[in-house]
Write a protein of this length. Structure first.
Length: 260
């Protein structure tokens, strides 16, 4: 494990592996550098990149200095990129993609960005996320916050969450459930069914590739297409046979093909 200190003094933990140009991975909700898809992604790309997989603040071995602000998370990513040599390719998944997009718009030295399915909602094709969801998540105990996030935020049936409670991943997810309001704030106003506001991405100058899964729900496909249209010069790729839980073997070739 390696660490770097963010601008506000928060310690951010990361793993580094592989050889080649720097690639920073940015996780989504309820994931850490030890849990979720990124360890497998790092392994799949370590023969082509020096991969930096970090714990976002409040997760794993990273610190968590309050009060929370999205700008502090952007500074965390900036610190990891600095540790990686001052610039890097970035792959963000789900709310991690939303964070990476905000970082690119803020001018971080990101060479190229692959954004996989940031959980935006830009139409009325699904049950809408409550506009109070940040406050709602802040008020809930960890287990209830996870259920709320998956049912109200992602739109999964409650039985799915009941089954998750029996799985080994439930306990580590509960340990970082207090960061769910952070993810909600990172996604911001882009999840309430309103058309995508392109002005928020107008400052992005890096090449961006927006990626979606061929088996993902229609509302998510619509949002990724809207995002690709809104980000200046962005491309869009749909990976056949994949959904929001994309396999490392499916996303790794997309990242490697774009980041070269």
């Amino acid at each position: 494990m390696n660490t770097v200190v963010s601008k506000d003094g928060t310690t951010i933990a990361y793993d580094r592996r592989g050889n080649g140009p720097a690639l920073v991975l940015v996780d989504g909700a309820l994931c850490s550098r030890a849990q979720g898809p990124m360890p497998a992604v790092a392994e799949a790309l370590a023969d082509r990149f020096t991969v930096y997989n970090y714990d976002r603040r409040g997760r794993g071995d990273s610190g968590d200095t309050g009060p929370y602000d999205v700008d502090r998370e952007i500074e965390d990513l900036a610190a990891v990129i600095e540790a990686a040599g001052g610039s890097a390719y970035v792959y963000g998944s789900s709310s991690g993609a939303a964070l990476a997009l905000r970082a690119a718009a803020a001018g971080l030295p990101i060479e190229k960005l692959v954004a996989f399915e940031p959980p935006y909602v830009v139409d009325d094709s699904r049950t809408q996320i409550p506009r109070t969801w940040v406050a709602d998540l802040q008020a809930l105990e960890p287990g209830d916050a996870i259920k709320y996030f998956f049912t109200k935020g992602i739109g999964l049936p409650g039985i799915f969450v009941t089954m998750m409670k029996l799985m080994p991943a439930w306990k580590p997810m509960k340990a970082i459930a207090h960061t769910l309001p952070y993810d909600a704030q990172v996604v911001g106003e882009n999840c309430f069914g309103d058309p995508m506001d392109a002005s928020q991405w107008a400052s992005i100058q890096q090449p961006v590739q927006v990626v979606s899964g061929g088996k993902s729900p229609a509302w998510m496909k619509a949002s990724t297409r809207a995002l690709a249209d809104a980000v200046p010069g962005a491309g869009h790729t749909e990976v056949p046979g994949q959904n929001h839980v994309i396999k490392a073997t499916a996303i790794a070739p997309v990242i490697a093909g774009f980041c070269r």
